[in-house]
Design a protein around this ligand. Structure first.
Ligand code: TA6
Length: 301
């Protein structure tokens, strides 16, 4: 994989004290954004947020110590961008789980900063490589904005002459002190299915995680809070562009099947993921656009 030159990136897109590029593990280019409300790091490989640290609140995202940082492999932790399919690829295709956006080198379009915000915009267009996995013309843009919260926007534009069907999601791994100290709020009254069963159930009260969890929720409001009793911190996840959110924790047995996670990492992470899948999957006619957005805001409780 050819990486852009770090010196040139800094000359063209950097800003002293606010936006800095460096060569990360295995040479993957990483940009650090800083502002008065905190800092975050983004890998240009995957348009993948690696860390987010709001001022005075400590790191909000979990990044696995065993993660691969290797072309062709997804980064484990942070915020993977799952696109143009969420979940397994078409059977027999041999294509990667959760799409290819998270294993591609993205182009840097622009950076911007003001007193309040620091922002980076990245894009990915179809190429010979993407066409082999998904034969459509598209333009995908990600905007990552660091201000009082961290906001991500994923904009899909259909550049094809045919309608484009896709599923997608942000797959954030939230760092928690201990999964037993966590409750998830904002789901009371929501319907959900417990993957892989199609049976529709109802959530009563807050959700606590006590075993393997892989649920697709349709909450009444697009606002879910992860309350961490030990850290005394609440992390609010708000989203638009879908009505669905997955809550995932692999727990003690399933985690052993992940070579890039430690056996006890399930105690330190929880995924709450705005997704378009099933009846919220998207169809775009030529030249149409869709935006999925997610904001993360941490507060002391
Ligand atoms: O969003 C939950 C999920 O789809 C799980 O089923 C689990 O496989 C997880 O994501 C991780 O997927 P990954 O492709 O990153 O290994």
């Amino acid at each position: 994989m050819n990486y852009p030159d770090i010196l040139l990136l800094n000359q063209r897109f950097g800003a002293a004290g606010r936006i800095a590029f460096r060569s990360g593990e295995a040479g993957l280019p990483i940009v650090s954004l800083a502002g008065k409300y905190g800092a975050c790091e983004v890998s240009l490989y995957g348009a993948h947020v690696l860390s987010y640290t709001p001022a005075g609140l400590g790191p909000v995202l979990f990044l696995s110590k065993r993660s691969a940082f290797e072309p062709g492999k997804p980064i484990r932790g942070g915020i993977p961008v799952c696109w143009p399919w969420f979940g397994p690829a078409a059977e027999g295709s041999g294509n990667p789980l959760h799409g290819f956006a998270r294993i591609m080198q993205w182009d840097l379009c622009a950076t911007e900063y003001s007193g309040e915000a620091t922002e980076i915009r990245l894009s990915l267009a179809d190429s010979e490589l993407t066409r082999r996995m998904w034969d459509f013309a598209f333009e995908l843009k990600v905007c990552i904005r660091l201000e009082q919260c961290l906001t991500l926007e994923l904009v899909t534009e259909n550049r094809d002459t045919r309608a484009l069907d896709f599923t997608q999601g942000f797959h954030p791994y939230f760092r928690v002190s201990d999964i037993s100290a966590v409750s998830v709020q904002g789901l009371d009254g929501a319907t959900f299915t417990d993957h892989p069963s199609p049976e529709v159930k109802h959530q009563h009260g807050a959700l606590t995680i006590q075993g393997e969890t892989n649920r697709i929720y349709t909450p009444e409001k697009n606002e879910i809070a992860i309350r961490d009793g030990k850290l005394k911190r609440a992390t609010l996840v708000t989203f638009s562009g879908t009505r669905n959110a997955v809550v995932w924790n692999p727990w003690a047995e399933r985690i052993k099947t992940f070579g890039d996670l430690a056996e006890d990492d399930y105690t330190r992470m929880l995924c709450v993921e705005p997704v378009n899948r099933g009846d919220t999957s998207i169809t775009l006619e030529p030249n149409e656009r869709h935006t999925l957005s997610m904001s993360i805001q941490a507060k002391l409780m």
